[in-house]
Design a binder for this molecule. Structure first.
Ligand SMILES: [Zn+2]
Length: 162
């Protein structure tokens, strides 16, 4: 094994460690400063197969970040809710109409007058979807009058789908 190869391997490992550390700190910060955290339930494996998306997803350490989010959610008793990523970018958060856009279209512009940054629009949709889910879970707890035991433990500090 040449020295250059070894040096590169060490550098790669150091960067990977920094990235893990960053994902952990960021996840802890997000969890401790919010009561509810909603995020897209992305199929990482499928997305990494898509070469256009693979690099940015791997770079972002999204998977590690999500694992830490759910871990700290349990530790700090915060609600973490993964939601389906379907149409989160395409749907108008103002009126619900589907506004098709390519990956490079950064602004959401709808005929209803709603103009938002693409990610901001998606963020609203993701949050609404997650809160709808949390509401349904709460309603079923209230309907059955079962405010203790299993149903509540699903809500606090747990993954609602899990
Ligand atoms: Zn609209």
């Amino acid at each position: 094994m040449s020295r250059i190869f070894l040096a590169k391997a060490y550098k790669k490992r150091a960067i990977s460690r920094q990235r893990k550390d960053h994902a952990m700190k960021l996840a802890r910060c997000v969890i401790t400063s919010n009561d509810v955290v909603v995020y897209e339930d992305l199929r990482i494996k499928n997305m990494v197969k898509n070469h256009c998306l693979a690099k940015s997803i791997n770079d972002a350490g999204w998977y590690q970040f999500r694992v830490w989010l759910e871990y700290f959610g349990r530790i700090f008793g915060r609600i973490t809710i993964p939601v389906s990523p379907a149409y989160t970018s395409q749907e108008c958060s103002g009126c619900g109409v589907i506004v098709k856009k390519s990956l490079s279209t950064r602004t959401h512009v709808c005929q209803c007058g709603c103009v938002l940054d693409r990610d901001h629009n998606a963020g609203i949709n993701i949050l609404n979807s997650g809160l709808g889910k949390a509401g349904q879970a709460l309603t079923s707890v209230l309907d059955t009058g079962n405010a203790s035991g299993e149903s509540t433990s699903i809500l606090v500090g747990a993954n609602l789908l899990g």
